[in-house]
Design a protein around this ligand. Structure first.
Ligand SMILES: Cc1cc2nc3c(=O)[nH]c(=O)nc-3n(C[C@H](O)[C@H](O)[C@H](O)COP(=O)(O)O)c2cc1C
Length: 267
């Protein structure tokens, strides 16, 4: 028969060993998790400009190579719609979510259907390059679905209107319902559609996920099929796109790009 002291001591030792193992692995895996997250993000950016196909076998080295050869990251000041020149280190370490939470680097916005409460002053965009020229603009987007905030990118062609692609890299919607925003078949419906309706005086965000089935790209350029059984997530996608494409968000930047008035060139 073991003494009570022995049993308590043994249990304490087991707890100590387990906590050391758990804490140790959390610390040692953190760096790998960060690297994997960055690789996943790069894959999403490559995917939205058509340089990576979902399911394609690709090594981390190839992701980094494709990214370095074809993509340039830039910080954009939303209010002026111009590029902000920062060091490569600052650019690499820029965390848009942290910036959004920092009152000194963000501002609150009026209540809106996308349910975005704060917008960072600066955002990280990616330029898709082709023969040294900017061929596509990859803009970060976020907004509420049913259960969660949806984080993704929309890619526009250099006309700043034709959609090159849409992708989401983080959300907490239900798999098979709202989670279908990640389905490659649904995402394939986006390229070629138009983000804005142009009037003589303005570019108004018009792209929308409709309830039901949309027509072809040519017949129905401003609509995309709704996700069945997930009307709230679908509506969230419309709202967040319209929110970020508005004049107060990416409008100034897209206007500058379109009119060739971007300080620091077109990338
Ligand atoms: C367990 C459960 C999970 C759901 N997940 C989602 C979701 O992720 N996105 C969504 O829009 N609706 C979701 N719904 C359905 C919504 O409650 C709502 O009924 C739906 O958005 C209406 O879409 P419909 O008009 O296409 O049927 C879920 C429902 C249940 C019961």
């Amino acid at each position: 028969m073991r003494s009570t002291k022995y049993i308590i001591g043994f249990a304490a030792l087991v707890c100590l060993v387990c906590s050391v193992v758990v804490a140790g692995s959390a610390v040692t895996l953190k760096e790998r998790q960060t690297i994997n997250k960055q690789l996943d993000q790069k894959k999403k950016v490559l995917g939205v400009v058509g340089l990576y196909t979902s399911g394609e076998e690709i090594t981390p080295e190839e992701i980094n190579k494709r990214f370095a050869e074809n993509i340039e990251a830039k910080l954009v000041d939303l209010e002026s719609g111009t590029y902000v020149e920062v060091s490569a280190e600052e650019l690499a370490n820029f965390d848009q979510r942290k910036a959004r939470q920092d009152p000194a680097r963000s501002k609150s916005v009026a209540s809106n259907p996308a349910q975005v409460a704060r917008v960072p002053n600066r955002v990280l965009v990616y330029l898709g390059l082709k023969h040294g020229k900017v061929d596509k603009l990859v803009l970060p987007i976020e907004g509420k679905g049913l259960w969660s905030t949806l984080y993704g990118f929309i890619a526009l062609e250099s006309d700043t209107n034709t959609i090159a692609g849409l992708t989401f890299y983080e959300h907490g919607e239900t798999p098979g319902l709202g989670g279908e925003i990640e389905n490659p078949a649904w995402l394939a419906l986006w390229p070629g559609r138009k983000a804005f309706e142009k009037t003589s005086s303005a570019w108004n965000p018009k792209i929308s996920v409709k309830k039901g089935v949309a027509g072809s790209v040519a017949e129905d350029p401003f609509n995309v099929d709704g996700l069945s059984g997930a009307t709230i997530t679908s509506r969230g996608v419309s709202y967040l796109l319209q929110f970020w494409l508005e004049e107060d968000r990416f409008g100034a930047y897209l206007g500058n790009f379109r009119n060739n008035t971007l300080k620091g060139g077109q990338g």
